[in-house]
Design a protein around this ligand. Structure first.
Ligand SMILES: *Cc1c(COP(=O)(O)O)cnc(C)c1O
Length: 381
């Protein structure tokens, strides 16, 4: 099955009892047994629920894995991966991460005795120099949030495989429509399904997909034992969202590149961060590992470098909504330093280049002319 067919049919079957084309929302916590321990595969919804199973099968299919797991949030998915580690274990993570991931690593798991190193993954020498026998996990986001940094998944996968280190990729921004990390050498794909997979800004959800059954079993055990599972109603909504992932992503990519090009030519704009622009310092990596486009996330800074200008721009947008989050059908705008990335200490933000005049756009699937006109009028204020 090819990708667009998988988004609709992958791992799915019509409901065996009624023929329902979409799986019913099995809004139940428990399942009847005919004799103690004798049941039809479902006992208690923390362990498994049929609506969640349908979503998990779809997740496994679109990411080319063997096992998908659906969580109550993206961070619950990440948290479950971290639960595979023990005190003293070391993690090497990319230096530009989703703020909440960084916060979990440094303010929860560091206190549990896990050691984190943050590194620019394009500095291969530095990355390799950090690897030792305590290194158990490499965590990468590509493209990153909000700087659109890229990591070469295939190159990192070769290194982690040779050293037997788990390699996880947060694929939230690219989605499997553009990039399939398991095919490129990753062991675990993580998603904030809140974003593009669900795509309609009405659910908080997370996902993990793996290509190794035993690893899938370990992660399922950690999920079952600690409880961050996705409810049946939200599972249904994410599954419904996935059925149009390919259509939405195609339009996000078309609109994203047009917005990025418009901004690149605007005299008030200094730098545009978009993997699809030839000016992107790692455009070659994007071309190699992203297929069919470069997504809908665009960040930029102002020529003046002024925070006030970024704020005026954001206050004056009319079609774009000023809000956290991304990946929905509607266009959103965000000020990383004051909003999504406020949990990263100011000095660290400066060091990374998340400046106070930076704006991040989640370009939606509206008519692109309306989006550009909105940006134009807000920039003129
Ligand atoms: C939103 C986001 C997360 C966290 O997911 P939640 O669903 O909000 O818990 C993780 N990684 C990236 C890249 C995100 O955008």
């Amino acid at each position: 099955m090819k990708f667009n067919t998988k988004t609709i049919h992958g791992g799915q079957q019509n409901d065996p009892s009624t023929g329902a084309v979409m799986p019913p929302v099995y809004q139940t916590s428990t399942f009847a047994q005919s004799s103690p321990g004798v049941h039809q595969g479902y006992e208690y919804s923390r362990a498994a629920n049929p609506t969640r199973t349908a979503l998990e099968n779809a997740l496994a299919s679109i990411e080319n894995g063997v096992r998908g797991l659906a969580f109550s949030s993206g961070l619950a998915a990440t948290d479950t991966v971290l639960k595979l580690l023990k005190p003293g274990d070391e993690v090497i993570a990319m230096d530009d991460l989703y703020g909440g991931t960084y916060r979990m690593f440094t303010r929860i798991y560091q206190d549990y005795g896990i050691i984190f190193h943050f590194v620019d993954m394009n500095d291969t020498e530095k990355f390799e120099s950090l690897i030792n026998d305590k290194t158990k996990l490499v965590w990468v986001e590509t493209p990153t949030n909000p700087l659109m940094k890229l990591a070469d998944i295939e190159a990192i996968g070769k290194i982690t495989k040779a050293k037997n280190i788990l390699f996880a990729v947060d694929n939230t921004f690219a989605t499997p429509y553009l990039q399939q990390p398991l095919n490129l050498g990753a062991d675990i794909v993580m998603h904030s399904a809140t974003k593009y997979l669900n795509g309609h800004s009405d659910v908080i959800a997370g996902a993990l997909v793996v290509k190794d059954e035993a690893l899938g079993e370990k992660l399922h055990f950690a999920q079952f034992a600690t409880g961050g599972t996705l409810g049946p109603q939200d599972s249904f909504l994410v599954l419904r969202g996935i059925k149009t992932l390919h259509l939405r992503m195609q339009r996000h990519c078309e609109n994203g590149v047009k917005v990025a090009e418009y901004l690149s030519n605007h005299p008030k704009i200094k730098t545009v961060y978009y993997p699809g622009l030839e000016s992107h310092p790692r455009h070659e990596i994007a071309k190699k590992q992203m297929k069919g486009g470069y997504g809908g996330m665009v960040s930029f800074t102002f020529a003046s470098g002024a925070k006030a200008e970024a704020i005026t721009f954001l206050e004056n947008l009319e079609v774009f909504t000023l809000a956290e989050s991304l990946g929905g059908v509607e266009s959103l705008a965000n000020h990383p330093a004051l909003m999504t990335h406020a949990s990263i200490p100011e000095a660290k933000r400066k060091e990374l280049g998340i400046t106070d005049d930076m704006v991040r756009l989640s370009v939606g699937v509206e008519d692109v002319d309306d989006l550009i006109a909105d940006i134009e009028q807000a920039l003129s204020k």
